[in-house]
Design a protein around this ligand. Structure first.
Ligand SMILES: [Cu+2]
Length: 448
């Protein structure tokens, strides 16, 4: 898989043309991001040399107003070409932050500017979008990720007393062969907001408070499950978009790149663990302490028995309507085993990126992607620059009101999503699991 890396290098050279000395730009940017090496201390015994935005992991929380044009200046102080992807925004391809769509790479040492009008409102994020291959200290495995909140034009209705942001990530990855002969990343440490359980600042709350938690899974490859002992979550938005049916659930599941926004009523005074439900992941650090004012004692964790999550409960269910006005695009996903000790390749309709099909979309057209996962793995599928509506999952048709930009499609199942082609330009679609994307699981939609 040298192709994507080569493309990146070429992109890096080409970017020179787009990079101007800062003085020529005139007005100061609204936001500055500096991409630079950073030493993450997940705990005193777990230090990772990584790359971060503005010397922090996660990067700075960026707040923008829907429809209000922003200029972000990005300085690349690393030795590799970089770019920043604005995940979940409907922005033009040349600033979306994916080289496959034509966004210029920012050469090492160079500075570039992204100017766009942020839409739609909601909880988005930003992250690098480069190639890692066998180097699990690059691309999505680094600390290059941050929260992005796009405030609605008229201001957001208050659903809670305050909000907090929590980012999940995994560190110190290496490929390890499983019993099936496949190579998968495994990690030494897992963190919430860059710290292992017991090493970060606790979340301090008061009895009676309603806290809106905006949670992002920025892990390069891992699905995560979260519970807060003594409490439940009222899920109000998925991937930053309000859900048709808010529901109260005992735990959350987040695939790579997914976001959940949930209200927690703080009505159980004590000191609790908010952590990964699976013991072995919490044991390597994924957790944070939630501490009520004046409560003392050791943090309490109550182990749930099962892993429970289903997207369907957040959707409306209607009669499946006639789909005359919808163009179906069937996409079948499968792996190609390369022999024991090798990473498998990932194919869309039998083809490996960059040889995958480039379906042509008509502006204003409505499209239904039929996502057939023939493989033995679950895949978090992401469409750039558009929001889709999940219409079929687990064989249940007629779903409405579940708008997302990432959908986890389990092994050996089919899901269907619809979107309106309303943002012309090259549009990347890929598996958000970094090792799958790096090994072929990508394609581009073009507009006529
Ligand atoms: Cu995948």
């Amino acid at each position: 898989m040298l192709t994507r890396r080569k493309f990146g290098q070429l992109g890096g050279l080409a970017a020179g043309a787009a990079v101007l000395p800062g003085a020529l730009w005139g007005a100061a940017p609204d936001v500055t991001l500096e991409i630079a090496p950073y030493l993450l201390e997940a705990s005193p015994k777990h230090r990772y040399r990584t790359i971060a935005y503005n010397g922090q992991v996660p990067g700075p929380l960026l707040r923008m107003r829907e429809g209000q044009t922003q200029t972000i200046e990005v300085r690349n102080l690393t030795l590799d070409p970089e770019l920043v992807h604005w995940h979940g925004l409907h922005v033009p391809a040349d600033v979306d932050g994916a080289m496959e769509e034509g966004t210029p790479m920012i050469a090492p040492g160079a500075t570039a500017r992204y100017t766009f009008t942020p839409v739609p409102a909601g909880f988005r994020w930003f992250h690098t979008h480069t190639f890692a291959g066998n180097n699990l200290n690059k691309a999505g495995y680094t600390g290059q990720h941050g929260f992005l909140m796009i405030e609605p034009r008229g201001g957001a209705p208050a659903v809670a007393d305050r909000e907090i942001y929590l980012g999940l990530h995994d560190w110190g990855g290496r490929f390890e062969g499983g019993g099936d002969g496949f190579m998968n990343p495994v990690y030494e440490a897992s963190t919430i907001n860059g710290k292992m359980l017991g090493f970060g600042e606790p979340v301090k709350v008061k009895t009676g408070e309603r806290v809106l938690m905006h949670i992002l899974n920025s892990s390069a490859t891992e699905v995560h499950w979260l519970a807060l002992s003594g409490h439940t979550f009222r899920v109000v938005a998925l991937d930053g978009n309000a859900v048709a049916q808010p529901q109260t659930v005992p735990m959350l599941r987040l695939a790579p790149a997914e976001r959940v926004s949930a209200v927690v009523d703080m009505n159980a005074p004590g000191v609790w663990v908010l952590g990964e439900v699976r013991k072995h992941v919490q044991a390597v650090g994924m957790g944070i302490v939630v501490e009520y004012a004046e409560a003392t004692g050791k943090p309490v964790w109550t182990q749930p028995d099962d892993l429970v999550w289903n997207y369907r409960q957040f959707a409306d269910v209607q009669e499946a309507k006639a789909t005359d006005d919808v163009t179906r695009i069937e996409l079948a996903f499968d792996s190609k085993f390369q022999g024991h000790g090798n990473e498998e390749l990932w194919l869309i309709n039998g083809k490996l990126y960059p040889k995958t099909d480039e379906p042509v979309l008509k502006t204003g057209g409505r499209y239904r992607l039929v996502l057939k996962n023939h493989s033995m793995d679950d895949h978090p599928l992401h469409l750039h620059r558009h929001t889709f509506e999940v219409v079929q999952i687990d064989g249940r048709n007629g779903l409405r009101g579940l708008r997302k930009d990432v959908l986890l499609v389990p092994a050996k199942t089919t899901a269907e999503v619809e979107f309106v082609a309303d943002n012309p330009g090259r549009t990347l679609f890929h598996c958000h699991q970094q090792d799958h994307m790096d090994r072929g699981f990508m394609m581009v939609f073009r507009y006529a």
